[in-house]
Design a protein around this ligand. Structure first.
Ligand code: F3S
Length: 276
């Protein structure tokens, strides 16, 4: 049995950077926290907690101390509220997310009605929305695109982790909606690279293991893509790996979302190899 890792997998630049920033701002007295889990990976969140970086759900939970903005970013009101509460703020928003936020803001300021192509409940998408004039649409499917009214000036941005192919398909529906359209394709290359490498590998193997948080949008998307090519299992940790999945299999492929720590990928890889 052969175990093959995807050419691009695991932590992306923005996540590595956010974790580094969090670690640099750890404190032993519990005064440093991230606003929401630093990444969509419970194991990493637990590890950081032990290193002195906690998590709060909202700024109301903090009367003092240091708040770290995670890679998904936040809207302008959070910066204002942190300041008014006298909190120290460290911004670990991924620069690509910042670019998407500022693109949406700019389009709004130029009089475009913004359409954000992405998942409505994803924190990054919510943060991009907050930077618009708040009359933006968030759409996730071709059907939602078709259902939009005609728009005078239409500005399009995307969630950074959105599938490139789906973005193209949704944008083609939006082309009908306005005479003046500005498209800012704010998908980051980390996502494209991981998706292309995962698909490439899924075509060559019998089974794909996709590792990452069950609440991680980009990991879930990798699993969906791989499932179009071969039998695919989405697992968070090595403990979930079942023997029957990889028994009598010639080739196993492994990929991992942008928020999956290296140590978890290694554990799964070793476990598969030990069965080879
Ligand atoms: Fe940033 Fe792209 Fe990662 S937007 S957080 S580098 S997936």
């Amino acid at each position: 049995m052969e175990v093959i890792l995807a050419e691009h997998l695991g932590f992306c630049y923005g996540v590595k950077r956010a974790i580094e920033i969090a670690r640099q701002n750890a404190s032993s007295d519990g005064s440093s926290s991230t606003l929401g889990p630093i990444i969509h990976n419970p194991q990493m969140v637990e590890r950081l907690k032990n290193e002195g970086v906690g998590t709060v759900g909202s700024l109301e939970e903090m009367d003092d101390g240091l708040i770290i903005i995670r890679s998904h970013g936040v809207g302008p009101k959070v910066y204002e509220e942190a300041e008014s509460r006298g909190l120290e703020l460290v911004d670990a928003t991924c620069p690509h997310v910042k670019k998407a936020q500022l693109s949406a803001k700019l389009l709004s300021e130029e009089g475009y009605t913004v359409v954000i192509v992405g998942e409505k409940n994803h924190p990054e998408v919510k943060s991009i929305f907050e930077w618009t004039a708040q009359d933006a649409y968030i759409i996730e499917t071709e059907a939602e695109a078709n259902a939009l009214p005609r728009i005078g000036k239409l500005g399009i941005v995307s969630q950074t982790t959105f599938s490139g192919d789906r973005f193209r398909s949704i944008v083609s529906c939006l082309l009908e909606k306005s005479r003046e359209i500005k498209i800012l394709r704010t998908i980051c290359t980390a996502t494209d690279l991981r998706q292309a490498a995962a698909l490439d590998l899924a075509e060559k193997v019998d089974v794909m293991l996709v590792i990452g948080g069950k609440n991680s949008a980009n990991t879930t998307r990798l699993a969906q893509l791989c499932a179009t090519k071969c039998k695919t299992y989405h697992i968070e940790t090595v403990e979930e790996l079942q023997d029957d999945w990889i028994k009598d299999v010639n080739k196993i492929g492994i990929t991992a979302g942008a928020s999956t720590p290296d140590w978890i990928i290694k554990e799964v890889y070793k476990q598969c190899q030990s069965r080879a």
